[in-house]
Design a protein around this ligand. Structure first.
Ligand SMILES: NC(=O)c1ccc[n+]([C@@H]2O[C@H](COP(=O)([O-])OP(=O)(O)OC[C@H]3O[C@@H](n4cnc5c(N)ncnc54)[C@H](O)[C@@H]3O)[C@@H](O)[C@H]2O)c1
Length: 336
């Protein structure tokens, strides 16, 4: 049984607690949060203890740590947990800044401990099936990837202000998806963005609607469309055109009922948001982490993957601000 400490008892911490408890090989033994009441409430629901993050990290009886705290704390907690010899799964993104993420990666390398980053969408059964079909050669070579990723409603501006912006906070999932599907990282990033959904988001220095184009060195292209508002629910689709065919992964709907009458044909809406749509993916992500810990093998999503996606996010942020295409050279954004 792998004993687990969960750092962060917020929205996603509550989701992960369920996955930890649902896995027969892991047990949630401790929860931390700077909001003590939140830690105590979550811990009580699973028969775990509320403790401080450092207390959990330095407890030799705890095998693994899941970091689900606010983004600006990730790098420091990853470093501390890896140095303490823990198995680590940390939520995306690695940090708000690429430089800090690279420093974290260097510090972790010295410990020799691998770290897994929580790009849960790789574990969505539909997207995973696309990846498998591509790898099996079923559509030849993937050439043009289109990702649609719309949230149902924008978060409060207080969240926007600490999130690192749409590219680091939201599109980062899509950057990882593109890097995972195509392999490696793009060499060129262009982004346009606007705050058409809520002007207050623009006043906070962020965008709520964006289109990003990524180009790989061999000419493959990925186009990502993001919006913070799709009134009908969480719109998460992917289309991959290959040299001998096309793969499409559609939305997961609230139910499978189609109604056809003389007025027309209708189906249910997409599931509302990430808690509904990706519940199976979070469980599968945790299963993959625990299986790797037990087997002593590498993780399916690495710290390098987290750094790559963050480099693309910084490049997109820069491109959106300057109106120029940004190149990625040696993993760092370069304008011009
Ligand atoms: N993979 C996904 O689908 C997904 C979804 C949502 C959030 N996230 C990521 O998860 C992280 C948390 O997001 P959230 O939506 O749960 O936010 P949240 O604000 O609901 O929860 C974060 C919690 O961390 C606590 N916290 C902050 N600093 C801490 C520290 N030093 N030690 C212990 N606790 C601390 C806060 O008090 C809060 O309860 C973010 O990095 C976010 O990007 C990922």
């Amino acid at each position: 049984m792998i004993k687990v400490g969960l750092l962060g008892a917020g929205r996603i911490g509550n989701v992960h607690a369920k996955s930890i408890a649902a896995n027969a090989d892991s047990q949630l033994v401790a929860v931390s949060d700077v909001n003590q009441a939140a830690a105590e409430k979550l811990a009580a629901g699973y028969g775990a203890q509320a403790r401080s993050s450092l207390d959990i990290i330095h407890d030799p009886s705890i095998d693994a740590v899941l970091i689900a705290t606010s983004t600006d704390t990730h790098a420091g907690l990853i470093e501390a947990a890896a140095a303490a010899g823990k198995a680590v799964l940390c939520e995306k993104p690695v940090d708000l800044s690429l430089e800090r993420a690279l420093a974290c990666q260097a510090a972790v390398a010295k410990t020799g401990k691998p770290v897994m980053i929580g790009f849960n969408r790789r574990f969505d059964p539909n997207f995973a099936a696309v990846k498998r079909a591509l790898e099996a050669g079923e559509i030849g070579k993937g050439e043009l990837l289109s990702i649609t990723s719309f949230d149902p409603a924008p978060p409060p501006v207080s969240y926007i202000q600490v999130s690192g912006g749409l590219f680091r906070d939201m599109a980062i999932h899509d950057f990882d998806m593109a890097c995972w599907i195509f392999g490696g990282a793009p060499v060129e990033v262009s982004a346009v963005g606007t705050s058409i959904v809520d002007p207050a988001i623009g006043e906070a220095g962020d965008v709520d609607t964006a289109v990003i184009t990524l180009r790989w060195a061999d000419g493959r292209i990925a186009v990502i469309k993001n919006s913070r508002r799709a009134v009908y629910g969480y719109d998460q689709r992917l289309e991959l055109l290959g040299s001998t065919g096309l793969l499409q992964a559609g939305n997961v709907l609230e139910n499978t009922v189609n109604k056809v009458t003389t007025a027309g044909a209708t189906s249910a809406k997409p599931e509302y948001f990430f808690l509904e749509r990706y519940m199976r993916a979070y469980e599968a992500e945790w299963r993959a982490f625990i299986d790797a810990v037990k087997a002593g093998t590498g993780y399916p999503v690495t710290l390098q993957d987290g750094v790559n996606a963050l480099a693309v996010a910084e490049a997109a942020t820069l491109s959106c601000k300057t109106g120029q295409t940004v190149r990625l050279k040696d993993g760092r954004p370069v304008v011009g």
